[in-house]
Design a protein. Structure first.
Length: 144
């Protein structure tokens, strides 16, 4: 009788183990693979347009919102001044502020732990002691 209980336990244990597992890790791995394969670099320019400092997409000066996925990179170039960037949520890039010299790129990768959502950020222009304007204010929109 004792031997039969051991056999039943031995056969049923794997079943209990498999049904209690969290299979979320399979989706996480698929997401990581997709991010690695589909990484995109978004290009943003900070420059004077008209008589004001603006944050605009490199290929469309009417837009400043950057729509990204986790793992994407954003490349900012400030034309004509040193600048300080302030990001509202440390989970997006792992840093809250960054300084960049005139003409040098600031390249940041969106963290795999970044929350989804829309995040306003600011760019302070040292030369004119003012903030650059985007689509009031510039935003990073994380989609996945």
């Amino acid at each position: 009788m004792h031997f039969n209980k051991i056999l039943i336990f031995a056969f049923l244990s794997p079943l209990f183990f498999l049904t209690s597992q969290n299979y979320q890790y399979l989706h996480d791995e698929e997401d990581r693979l997709e991010l690695h394969q589909g990484r995109v670099e978004h290009r943003v320019v900070v420059k004077i347009i008209g008589d004001e400092w603006r944050v605009v997409l490199e290929d469309d000066e009417s837009k400043s919102d950057v729509i990204v996925r986790r793992g994407d990179r954003i490349r900012w170039v400030v034309e004509g001044s040193d600048a300080s960037f302030a990001f509202p949520d440390i989970r997006i890039f792992g840093l809250e502020t960054r300084d960049v010299k005139d003409g040098n790129p600031l390249v940041m990768t969106v963290s795999a732990n970044s929350p989804k959502g829309s995040f306003a950020y600011s760019v302070f222009i040292h030369e004119s002691m003012t903030y650059a304007r985007g689509q009031s204010p510039p935003r990073i929109i994380v989609r996945n």
